[in-house]
Design a protein around this ligand. Structure first.
Ligand code: ISE
Length: 334
């Protein structure tokens, strides 16, 4: 069986998903591309020999050319496009976040809950990263005693121009908000946002920012965010347990082409990725592979973030923005 997949949105991630689907993911055929920027859509389509190009996602979904869609449009369009895909009866992999606002995420969750079988999963790809998977396995095995605290770092080279301080949470920190309760199997109870001196390189945006998340087992998680760090794409996570600490390798082996850290000339060096695509290449490949296989079986991948989990992630992000605006700890509504 072959799954006919359409990609909606040809920005950084839409292009990358299209490339993986066209070249690496067995069981899938890339059959249609849509973007309001028709030239962008045409370029991606030509590169991968795709015949059907649309300027509108709803035309793509009505074309009869696709069984499933990857939604990689800008964040504020995710919910609306996902609702339309559900109406069209198509399987969906929606890029993160499900929605930047709780209201939109709730609307999708309510509609999805009324379906007979799940159609949608959300692209929190860290769940497919070998490093995070190994961290979770360690915690499950309990080899180092109970988890006491965790420390995450998430740095990007450059902030998107014009985006506000809250986007650090709703667009970037959502990855930690998703992965921490996934790692620990414990929901987040309350959150605190704070910041100190900010970079002089951005006008309208506080960077870096520090987030504290306390879970229902009283474990404190620190998340240090810096979206305009300039030097490289840097994602770290350390789990501090009673009898040991476990962390992702830092810097990571980038991918199969750059698996080394070189010591030479009195220096130890490793390359940083410029963004998340090479860092999480394996995760994206595994995510799409699992998604295509699940779609062909008429379900969603077990490992992927569900609509309900992604609604919860949006609620936690919202609580962090409330802490940013009003100060103090904010409880996350259940
Ligand atoms: C981007 O959308 C991603 O999902 C990346 O993984 C994240 O590091 C980045 O901050 C986001 O803007």
């Amino acid at each position: 069986d072959i799954l006919r997949v359409g990609v909606i949105g040809t920005g950084v991630m839409g292009r990358d998903h299209a490339r993986l689907l066209a070249t690496e993911i067995s069981g899938a055929r890339l059959t249609a591309i849509a973007d309001v920027n028709l030239d962008g859509a045409r370029e991606v389509a030509e590169r991968h020999g795709v015949g059907a190009v649309f300027s509108d996602g709803s035309e793509l979904m009505a074309s009869g050319l696709v069984d499933a869609v990857v939604i990689a449009s800008p964040d504020h369009l995710h919910a609306g496009t996902t609702l339309a895909a559900i109406d069209a009866g198509l399987a969906v992999l929606c890029e993160k976040p499900l929605a930047p606002t709780v209201e939109e995420a709730e609307e999708v969750a309510a509609k999805h809950a009324s379906l007979e079988r799940p159609l949608v999963s959300v692209g929190f790809m860290r769940r497919f990263d070998p490093g995070y998977v190994a961290l979770r396995r360690r915690l499950d095995a309990g080899a180092h005693g109970r988890l006491l605290m965790s420390h995450s770092v998430h740095r990007n080279v450059e902030a998107y121009p014009g985006s506000p301080s809250s986007a650090t949470i709703t667009n970037s920190a959502v990855h930690e908000i998703d992965i921490l309760p996934w790692l620990t199997r414990t929901p987040i109870a309350e959150v605190l946002w704070t910041a100190g001196r900010s970079t002089s390189l951005l006008d309208e945006r506080l960077d870096p920012q520090l987030l504290l998340l306390r879970d229902e087992a009283s474990v404190l998680h620190t998340v240090s965010m810096q979206v305009h760090a300039q030097y490289g794409y840097d994602v770290r996570c350390e789990l501090v347990c009673e009898r040991g600490s476990v962390e992702l390798p830092n810097p990571p082996a980038l991918n199969d082409d750059e698996p080394l850290i070189v010591s030479s000339g009195l220096t130890r060096s490793a390359a940083y990725a410029a963004d998340w695509r090479p860092r999480f290449e394996t995760a994206y490949r595994r995510e799409l592979t699992a998604w295509v296989r699940a779609c062909l079986a008429g379900t969603v991948p077990e490992e992927a973030a569900t609509i309900d989990e992604s609604l919860r992630t949006t609620k936690i992000a919202h609580a962090l923005v409330a802490s940013m605006n009003d100060g103090g700890w904010v409880a996350v509504p259940r």
